[in-house]
Design a protein around this ligand. Structure first.
Ligand code: ACO
Length: 485
C-alpha cells in the first residue's frame, strides 16, 4: 500500500476496532465507542477482555480474535499496555492505528519516552502508521467517522464542508469543532495529531493536496520536527490549495509551555515565519483569524491584484475599512473619472462616488446593486469589501438574495472573477442576514477589520498563485467546483 492509501484508511476505514472500549459511561473508552457508532456505518469491533458486549455490540478480548480484517484500530488503554496492543495490531495486519491514550513523551519521564519509542519501533516493523499518541484522533463527517471521546450532549460536531483542520492540540481542536458547528462552518476532515510519534503534518498535507473534499487546509501547529519535509510538502500543496496556519509559541514563555504540552521542540518563531512566507502558507494570529481566512478562501476565488474597492452604507465604516486594508498592505485606489461619473449617475446626490463608495444611509437596494456592478466591471478593483447596514430604511430583506444573484452572474461573465467579502456589524438581525448571505457563498464578518484581513488573504493567496504560475488553473478549478455545488 502506498503512503496515501494507508493514510486514507484513517478517514475511510471499512472496519474499526476500539481497543479499550469500556462498559463505564464515565470512561473515555465508553464515550469513544458511543460517538463512533452514532453515525459511522462500517463494522465496529469493541475490544475488551472483561466483557462480551458493549453498547449492544459484540466485544472481543483482543484484536486477534476479531473474525474479519480491521482497517483502523483506535487504542484507549492505559499507556503501559499500549506497546503490546500495537504489537497485536501488527500481528493482526492492521495498518492504521490511532492512539488516544496519554502518558508518553509529553510527560518528559523516561518511562513515557520509552513507551513511545517501543510503539514507534513496533509500528515500523509491521509497517503500521500511527496517529498520536495523546490525541483525539479523527472526525470525518462525510462518513460519520468520529474517534473523539467528548460528550455530544455538551458539544456539537460540524457538518461536512470543504475545510480540513489539523490540530496538534486535541482539546483546542475539539473546541474549534464545537465552535465551527455553531458558526456553520463545514469540515472535510479533522485530525488531532497529539505527540506525532509517526503521522505528522507533512503526511497529511501530502494526502490532502489531492483530496477533492478539501479546498482549504487549516492547521494549529506548536512545533514541527521534520522541518525540511514540512517545507517541501508546503511548497507542493500551496500552489494547488491554500494552507492557513495558526502557529502557537510566539513568545519564549509560549515555547516553554509547548514543551510540557506535547513535548514538541517549538524552535524560533521567526524561522516559522520565514518558512511560511517562503513556501506560501498564510499565517493566522489567532483562532478567529484562522477561520476568517479559511472561510474566505473556501468560499471566494483569490484576487488577481491588491486593489480593494470598498462599498459601504456607512461613511465611518468605509474609513475604518480603508485604514484596515491599507495597514495590511492593500491598496484602496482612487477610481477613474469614468467610473466616478457612472457611479454619480446611479447614486443619490448625497452619495460619495469615490473609493470608498459611500451610498449613505438613505440608499435603497438598487443603489448598492448598481454600484457593485459598476465596481466589478470597472477593471479598477480586484476585490470588494461591501459593508451593508441592514437596518437602513431603504434596504430591504431581499437585498441579500439579489446581491448574491447579481454578483454570481457578473462573475460568470468576467474572465477573472472579482472576490467579495462583507462586513456587517450589528446585532441579531444583522447576524441572521449575514448567515443567509454566507450560506450563499459570500463570507460575512462582524467587523471591517476582520473583513479586511479576509480580503488580504484572498489577495495574498492570489499573488502566490500568480508568482507560481497556477492562478488561472486554480481559478478555473474553483469556478468549476462552485458551479457544481
Ligand atoms: N485490551 C483491551 N481492553 C483493555 C485492555 C487491553 N489491553 N486493558 C484494559 N482494557 C479495558 C479495561 O478493562 C477497561 O474497560 P472496563 O472499564 O469495561 O473495565 C477499558 O479498557 C479502559 O481501561 P482502564 O484501565 O479502565 O483505563 P481508563 O479508562 O481509566 O483510562 C485512558 C484509559 C483513557 C487511555 C487513560 O489512560 C488516558 O490516557 N486518558 C487521557 C486521554 C487523553 O486525554 N488523551 C489525549 C486527548 S487530546 C487532549 O489534548 C485532551
Amino acid at each position: 500500500m502506498s503512503n496515501n492509501e494507508v493514510i486514507e484508511k484513517f478517514f475511510y476505514p471499512s472496519s474499526v476496532a476500539v481497543v479499550g472500549a469500556s462498559r463505564e459511561p464515565s470512561k473515555v473508552g465508553y464515550q469513544l465507542l458511543h460517538n463512533l457508532i452514532a453515525k459511522y456505518r462500517g463494522k465496529v469491533y469493541p475490544i475488551n477482555p472483561k466483557v462480551d458486549e458493549i453498547l449492544g455490540i459484540k466485544a472481543y478480548p483482543n484484536v486477534n480474535s476479531v473474525p474479519g480484517t480491521i482497517d483502523l484500530a483506535v487504542i484507549s488503554v492505559p499507556a503501559p499496555a499500549v506497546p503490546t496492543v500495537v504489537e497485536e495490531c501488527g500481528l493482526k495486519g492492521v495498518k492504521s492505528v490511532i492512539i488516544i491514550s496519554a502518558g508518553f513523551k509529553e510527560l518528559g519521564t523516561s518511562e513515557g519516552i520509552e513507551f513511545e519509542k517501543r510503539i514507534v519501533s513496533t509500528a515500523k516493523r509491521f509497517g503500521i502508521r500511527v496517529i498520536g499518541p495523546n490525541c483525539m484522533g479523527v472526525y470525518v463527517p462525510k462518513v460519520g467517522l468520529n474517534t473523539t471521546f467528548l460528550n455530544p450532549e455538551r458539544m456539537d460536531f460540524p457538518n461536512h464542508g470543504n475545510i480540513a483542520f489539523i490540530s496538534q492540540s486535541g482539546a483546542f481542536g475539539i473546541a474549534v469543532l464545537d465552535w465551527a458547528a455553531m458558526r456553520g462552518i463545514g469540515i472535510s476532515k479533522f485530525v488531532s495529531l497529539g505527540n506525532k510519534c509517526d503521522v505528522d503534518e507533512s503526511d497529511l498535507l501530502n494526502y490532502l493536496v489531492s483530496d477533492d473534499d478539501t479546498q482549504v487546509i487549516t492547521m494549529y501547529v506548536e512545533g514541527v520536527e521534520k522541518g525540511r519535509e514540512f517545507a517541501k510538502s508546503l511548497r507542493s500543496v500551496t500552489t494547488v490549495k491554500p494552507v492557513v496556519i495558526l502557529k502557537a509559541g510566539r513568545s519564549e514563555e509560549g515555547v516553554r509551555a509547548i514543551a510540557s504540552h506535547t513535548g514538541s521542540l517549538a524552535g524560533a518563531d521567526v524561522v516559522y515565519d520565514v518558512v511560511f512566507r517562503q513556501f506560501g502558507a498564510i499565517r493566522a494570529m489567532g483562532m478567529d483569524e484562522l477561520f476568517d481566512i479559511a472561510l474566505s478562501l473556501s468560499l471566494q476565488p483569490p484576487a488577481k491584484g491588491m486593489n480593494v474597492g470598498i462599498l459601504t452604507v456607512g461613511g465611518g465604516s468605509g474609513v475604518m475599512a480603508t485604514d484596515a486594508a491599507v495597514s495590511l498592505g492593500l491598496k484602496v485606489p482612487k477610481l477613474s473619472d469614468t467610473t466616478v461619473s457612472k457611479l454619480r449617475k446611479v447614486l443619490l446626490p448625497i452619495a460619495s462616488p469615490y473609493n470608498p463608495v459611500d451610498v449613505t444611509g438613505s440608499a435603497r437596494d438598487e443603489h448598492l446593486l448598481q454600484a457593485v456592478e459598476i465596481l466589478t466591471r470597472s477593471g479598477e478593483v480586484d476585490i470588494i469589501i461591501w459593508i451593508p447596514y441592514f437596518m437602513a430604511p431603504g434596504i430591504s430583506k431581499e437585498l441579500a438574495k439579489n446581491f448574491i444573484t447579481l454578483i454570481k452572474s457578473i462573475n460568470n461573465e468576467l474572465d477573472t472573477p472579482i472576490p467579495i467579502v462583507g462586513a456587517a456589524t450589528g446585532g441579531r438581525h444583522t447576524a441572521k442576514l449575514s448567515t443567509i448571505i454566507e450560506n450563499e457563498g459570500i463570507p460575512m464578518y462582524p467587523s471591517v477589520e476582520r473583513a479586511a484581513k479576509a480580503a488580504w488573504a484572498l489577495c495574498k493567496y492570489g499573488q502566490w498563485l500568480r508568482d507560481n504560475g497556477t492562478f488561472e488553473e486554480y481559478i478555473s478549478k474553483h469556478m468549476r467546483s462552485k458551479a457544481t455545488n
